[in-house]
Each structure stands twice: as structure tokens, then as C-alpha cells.
Design a protein around this ligand. Sequence first.
Ligand SMILES: C[C@](O)(CO)[C@H](O)COP(=O)(O)OP(=O)(O)OC[C@H]1O[C@@H](n2ccc(N)nc2=O)[C@H](O)[C@@H]1O
Ligand SMILES: Nc1ncnc2c1ncn2[C@@H]1O[C@H](COP(=O)(O)OP(=O)(O)OP(=O)(O)O)[C@@H](O)[C@H]1O
Length: 300
Amino acid sequence: MKQIRLRAAAKINLYLEILGVRPDDYHELVMVLQSIDLSDTLTLTSIPGHQIRLICPHPLVPVDRTNLAVRAAELLQQSMGIDRGVEIALKKRIPVAAGLAGGSTDAAAVLAGLNVLWDLGLTQKELRTLGASLGSDVPFCVMGGTALATGRGEVLTPQPPLENLHLVLAKPADLQVSTAWAYRTYRQDHLAPGTVVERSRTNALLAAVASQDPARIAASLHNDLERAVLPAHPEVAHLRERLIEAGALAAMMSGSGPSVFGLARDLDHAGAIHAALAADPHLETFVCTTQPTGVRLEKD
Ligand SMILES: C[C@](O)(CO)[C@H](O)COP(=O)(O)OP(=O)(O)OC[C@H]1O[C@@H](n2ccc(N)nc2=O)[C@H](O)[C@@H]1O
Ligand SMILES: Nc1ncnc2c1ncn2[C@@H]1O[C@H](COP(=O)(O)OP(=O)(O)OP(=O)(O)O)[C@@H](O)[C@H]1O
């Protein structure tokens, strides 16, 4: 095989709780992660030699070795002793630095795609383990669907798929938030020695997810990182309010933001919420639906 095309799905965090700081300086987390049908497309083509070449015209996406997609290919070359080259053409639709795991899902797609293109025979579990060395969100992006994530986000327990939950995703067009900054800010302000961590309410959210009832899910959303990001970026707090005013069942920031999602009862309801925001030129907005896969091989 010479070329394959993949879809790499974005994720949202239905739940994100920070339990403390770990010896490796990362944060111990409890999260519920969900794939949505907003995705990048990656076309991987075998090229002569052993160069890894990335083509992506998006102004915010680096095309050098700092790109997670390139790092994923390098990791496979090194760890598997592969002496082959690849060109990665990336069509970016997922907003960058938006709390939607855009870079992580591209890396997951490259791992899964090269596993096929280079005939490596790695299992999904092996790809997840490799992915964890690239970033905390990468293992989930390899697995996709609905999952409970613990540790620094890489320890995954799959959950029954959450079918057809419709939502509106909105992001201030010109705002990017650094994940490292969000965790650092949270830690300075909310994890001082002696802080008592709120008891986990993950079980309520997981039960709500199992019920597939949008109103129950809406009542159990939680994201600790809002406490770091919203005070520094009032426009994100305002966007959350606008989603509620437009009729969303609940609205919350995804990951380290600044994307915010509002839950809808059904697709028509999502369309109505979207209509209230879509004309604002300062926003990027999407109607999205939950999906059971992260990375998917595209048929030509
Ligand atoms: C915010 C989330 O997207 C929620 O799913 C993730 O927790 C972050 O996932 P990610 O971007 O893949 O994270 P990584 O690339 O591993 O780490 C980026 C930065 O976030 C901080 N980080 C990340 C994960 C974690 N459990 N604790 C942390 O403190 C670290 O400062 C790290 O330098
Ligand atoms: N393939 C990629 N796509 C987008 N950004 C990338 C990629 N590879 C590296 N980056 C860099 O990573 C930074 C974070 O972008 P990304 O879209 O992955 O953030 P994010 O969605 O907030 O991540 P997460 O939700 O996993 O924390 C960007 O500012 C960019 O410089």
C-alpha cells in the first residue's frame, strides 16, 4: 500500500477534576473524554528515503519537528527501527490550541496510519503506550469513543458509547490558550498545600452518560480548569453565558479551553442554539455530535 487517508476526531471533556500534583510534576486527573465528529484529515503517502515531510498550510500549525504528527512518525521510525519515509498532508479543521486535542488526534492518526502503511502489526494497546510518550491526550485519541481517564490522562477505562449527543461548540476566533499555562495557573491558585480537594462526582456523570439523557449529562458536567481560564479570559465566561441564553441545557469549557460547548436536546435544538451565535464574526462555531471512534481509516 502506498497511500492512506484518515479522519482524526477532536475530543471534549465532559468531566475534568484535578486531584493534585504528581512527583513527575504533571497533575493527577479524573476525566471523562468524548470523541466528537469534528475532525482533521491526514493523507499519508510513502516516499523514497527516510524523510518525514509535513504539508499543512494552516498559519498556526508548525510543519517542523515540533508538530505532534511528525513526532509520532519519528517515534515509530525509532522505536520500530524503520528506515522508510512518509509525506503527511494535514487538512486542519479542528481549531488550534483550543482544548480539543487537535495535535494529539493528529499524532494518534499518524500512529494508527503508519501501523498500516508500514505493516507494523502493533496492537491498539501498543499504539496507546507509544502515544502516551507524545502527550497525555494521545492514548485517548487512539482509542476514541467515551472513556474514563485517570493518571495524567493516559490510564483509560472505556465506557459504553454515548450515541447522538448533539452540541454546539464555540470558540473566540483569535484566542488560543496554552495547556501548560492553564495547569500552572490552577496549581498556583487552587492547589496550595493543605487544600482540600472536592470529592469526585465522576460517578454521577458516568451514570448520566450511561442513561444517554442529555438533561442528566448537562447536570453533571464539570471542569476544574475553568477556575484558571475564565478569570483570565472573561470572553470565555461570556461565551458560556451566551450558549445558556441561546437555550443550551448546560455549557462548559473543554479541557484547557478556550472552546466552550453547549449541550442540546436534539439536532434541531443544536441548530437553534448555533443560529444564535453563528453570525458573530469574532467566534468560530460548529454543530457537533458525539461519535464512537477517534481515528478512522477513510475508504477512497
Ligand atoms: C487539558 C487536557 O487536554 C484535558 O484532556 C489534557 O489534560 C492535556 O493533554 P495534553 O495537551 O496531551 O498534555 P501534555 O502534552 O501531556 O502536557 C501539556 C502540558 O500540560 C500540563 N499537564 C498535562 C496533563 C496533566 N495531567 N498534567 C499537567 O500538568 C503540563 O504542564 C504539560 O507540560
Ligand atoms: N498537529 C498539530 N495540530 C495543531 N497544533 C499543533 C500540532 N502539532 C503541534 N502543534 C502545536 O501545539 C499547540 C497546541 O495545539 P493543539 O491544537 O494540540 O492544542 P489543544 O487542542 O489545546 O490540545 P489539548 O486539548 O490536547 O491540550 C499549538 O499551538 C501548536 O503550536
